[in-house]
Design a protein around this ligand. Structure first.
Ligand SMILES: Cc1cc2nc3c(=O)[nH]c(=O)nc-3n(C[C@H](O)[C@H](O)[C@H](O)COP(=O)(O)O)c2cc1C
Length: 185
């Protein structure tokens, strides 16, 4: 199966997630094409694939502009074919109902501004990347960690992604996109 994986990342965790998706697909004998949304040109057409998986991360309640642009430009093809969305965030690392309500709002905004229905959805927990934050971001993220009641080492990264859950989601998306047994004549 030909699978398009388009991702957008700010600090690298969603690239790592997209690479994991690519590896999972390749390991199962599929043909994944991995594309950074900032590099996606007019030739990156979801209609040429059996399945398209898009992944982006939340920063201040928004997914990366390049991913929003890609989904908007290709909404018709994405809606017409098989597609799946991986939303990466730190809210998904916990079980705070307000955080999850916020995630639902972010996804809804993404859907309405792109026109892509993105019905097959996986929320992946992301990471603190203190080694990549600038001074201001580092303090903002320390504050967020403090509010979440987490003690983080401000000089180290902390990853919360559940790789098994991601693999299971990829397997489900592939199974749903696979043509079923031929109907009896
Ligand atoms: C400046 C900043 C803002 C963020 N805003 C949100 C947010 O609004 N909601 C959320 O759940 N996570 C938020 N996060 C957490 C990121 O989604 C998380 O760190 C994710 O792993 C980033 O993925 P990336 O490395 O692919 O950019 C934010 C992180 C940073 C650094």
């Amino acid at each position: 199966m030909r699978v398009l994986v388009v991702y957008a990342t700010t600090e690298g965790q969603t690239r790592k997630i997209a690479e994991r998706i690519q590896a999972r697909l390749a390991g199962a004998g599929h043909a994944p094409t991995l594309v950074d949304a900032t590099q996606a040109g007019p030739r990156t057409d979801p209609a040429a694939f059996d399945l398209a998986i898009l992944a982006g991360s939340l920063h201040a309640g928004r997914y990366q502009a390049a991913l929003v642009d890609f989904a908007r430009r290709n909404a018709a093809a994405l809606n017409a074919g098989e597609s799946a969305f991986v939303s990466v965030s730190l809210s998904a690392a916990g079980d705070d109902p307000d955080d999850w309500a916020g995630l639902a709002r972010c996804v809804e905004t993404f859907r309405s501004e792109t026109g892509w229905r993105a019905e097959r959805l996986h929320h992946a927990a992301g990471a603190f990347r203190f080694t990549r934050y600038d001074f201001l971001k580092s303090w903002a993220m320390r504050f967020i960690a403090y509010r979440r009641g987490e003690s983080v080492d401000p000089h180290a990264d902390a990853e919360y992604t559940d790789w098994d859950a991601l693999d299971a989601f990829v397997d489900e998306a592939v199974a749903a996109a696979q043509p079923g047994p031929a109907a009896a004549p």
